[in-house]
Design a protein around this ligand. Structure first.
Ligand code: NAP
Length: 472
């Protein structure tokens, strides 16, 4: 029997769909799952694609079923499961074979694994796969990191299964070691900020203007036809229009207001902090999820402090246009921050990350896919060395027209007692960014006063100390 082109371990939501996608593109895929019954169920449900699937009951059988050099995708939960699978596969694979971790790994784990496998092998790739279940099945965005020679071996398969934007595959090798998983992490961090800002605008319309979910749905649907056009805005309109079959109420109204998180958003914020790159909109979105989780405390808070009643402000077309522009401005800042974090990591780890390519492979397949990413790609193409997306001509012009609307929404929300943490962080970032003389002169002075840390002067080089007169 013809050997498989690739192996895949872990037939959960992502693995099963990725395996079907691979089989559909004409490649033979050998599959293994820890729980054997799942493998059997998977093959039974694969229909005609089963002819391209080799079901394996053991890892030994999997290793024996693949053409050399043998690429094996791991689609298991990030963390220990990945280390266990690598340890189990290592004695079964050769130096030239390739283990591909396609889960949401922490890029620091990916770096460690690559270092461990360096020399004796097998080779190792860390790839980020975005697009959820649908993307895995019909075309995800794929962010690849690791040795380029290993990538070349699997490039035809990854290109074939990736989403397409026009003729272009949304898959690219982005750099060595943990580059792929780092970029996927920041993708998810940006996704957090994008989702949070959308939720904040929903909050303004619901709590500030008293609109029902069914009234808000067409607003997002309309925005999806404009500059905000994106998968997240599109699904927001659909989600808000959905009804709960058991109560007949809007489904969002019966869903608990506590959102979970698995790690990538938090890792984005941690890595931004570690690199010293401000990513305040992403951090605010991560913190907002944590605040959402303390439901009990928030209930006590409401009982103690109360919440302002929805204003009877009418929502006219002008108000909606302001909200749309505010969301756009917030989004620009969040993306600028995410890309700045990637630029910082690229410098720190010597990855030479292609920022324009990253924007390009996010245009389709992934959760943050949008036309807007095409604009980011064009901005980086025009100015590859740019320090900050906010300084590129296209985005500077966009901020110029939209920031007054962001300011208006943040100010009104503050007065109405409606929390818009990601939008207000974005505004604060913009206002700090555009003021050449900030307030850290005072911070420097305070540090010198209490800790003799010294300060720099604007008129002379070197480190100086103040002759502080302390009141003792
Ligand atoms: P899932 O549906 O929970 O499936 C997990 C799979 O891993 C199952 O096949 C499971 O096998 C196997 N597994 C679990 N623990 C294992 C272990 N210790 N050893 C060997 N196999 C083990 O998970 P998923 O949603 O497909 O996610 C897989 C990876 O993709 C994760 O890293 C996730 O973060 C990432 N990811 C998920 C999404 C998404 O939208 N779901 C999107 C992008 C990336 P059993 O059948 O034996 O339990």
């Amino acid at each position: 029997m013809k050997k498989a082109d690739i192996g895949l371990i872990g037939l959960g939501v992502m693995g099963a769909n990725l395996a079907l996608n691979i089989a559909e593109k004409g490649f033979r895929v050998a599959v293994f799952n820890r729980t054997l019954a799942r493998t059997q169920e998977f093959v039974a449900e694969a229909g005609p694609l089963a002819s391209n699937i080799v079901a394996c009951e053991t890892l030994e059988a999997l290793a024996g079923a693949i053409e050399r050099p043998r690429p094996v995708i791991l689609m298991v939960p990030a963390g220990r499961a990945v280390d266990e699978q690598i340890a189990a596969l290592r004695p079964l694979l050769d130096r030239d074979d390739i283990i591909i971790d396609a889960g949401n790994a922490n890029f620091r784990d990916t770096r460690r694994r690559m270092e461990t496998l360096m020399g004796d092998g097998p080779r190792f790739l860390g790839i980020g796969v975005s697009g959820g279940e649908e993307g895995a099945r019909h075309g995800p965005s794929i962010m690849i990191g690791g040795a380029q020679d290993a990538y070349r071996t699997v490039e035809p398969i990854l290109n074939a299964i990736a989403a397409r934007y026009g003729d272009e595959a949304c898959a690219a090798w982005l750099g060595p070691d943990g580059a792929g998983h780092f970029v996927k992490t920041i993708h998810n961090g940006i996704e957090y900020a994008d989702m949070q800002m959308i939720a904040e605008v929903y909050g303004v319309l619901r709590d500030g203007h008293g609109l029902a979910a069914g009234d808000i749905a067409p607003i997002f649907a309309k925005w999806n036809e404009g500059r905000l056009n994106s998968y997240l805005i599109e699904i927001t309109a659909e989600v808000l229009a959905a009804r709960d079959t058991s109560t007949g109420k809007p489904l969002v109204d019966v869903i608990l207001d506590s959102a979970g998180q698995k790690g990538t958003g938090r890792w984005s914020a941690i890595e931004a902090q570690t690199l010293g790159i401000p990513a305040t909109a992403i951090e605010a979105a991560v913190a907002a999820r944590s605040l959402s989780a303390i439901k009990h405390e928030r209930e006590i808070g409401e009982a103690r402090f109360g919440v302002p009643a929805p204003a009877a402000d009418p929502v006219d077309e002008q108000r909606l246009a302001i909200l749309e522009q505010a969301l756009l401005a917030g989004k620009v800042v969040a993306y600028a921050q995410g890309f700045a974090v990637m630029a910082g990591a690229s410098r720190e780890f010597g990855w030479n990350l292609p920022l324009g390519t990253i924007a390009r492979i996010w245009r389709a397949g992934c959760i943050i896919r949008s036309q807007f990413l095409g604009e980011i790609a064009a901005a980086y193409d025009a100015a590859p060395e740019t320090e900050d997306l906010l300084l590129t001509p296209a985005f500077a012009a966009l901020m110029e027209t939209t920031h007054p609307h962001l300011r208006e929404v943040v100010a009104q929300s503050a007065r109405a007692g409606i929390a818009v943490p990601a939008l207000s962080s974005a505004l604060a970032h913009f206002d700090t960014f555009r003021r050449a003389r900030g307030t850290a002169n005072l911070i420097q002075a305070q540090r010198d006063y209490f800790g003799a840390h010294g300060f720099e002067r604007i008129d002379r080089a070197g480190t100086h100390h103040g002759e502080w007169v302390r009141d003792v």
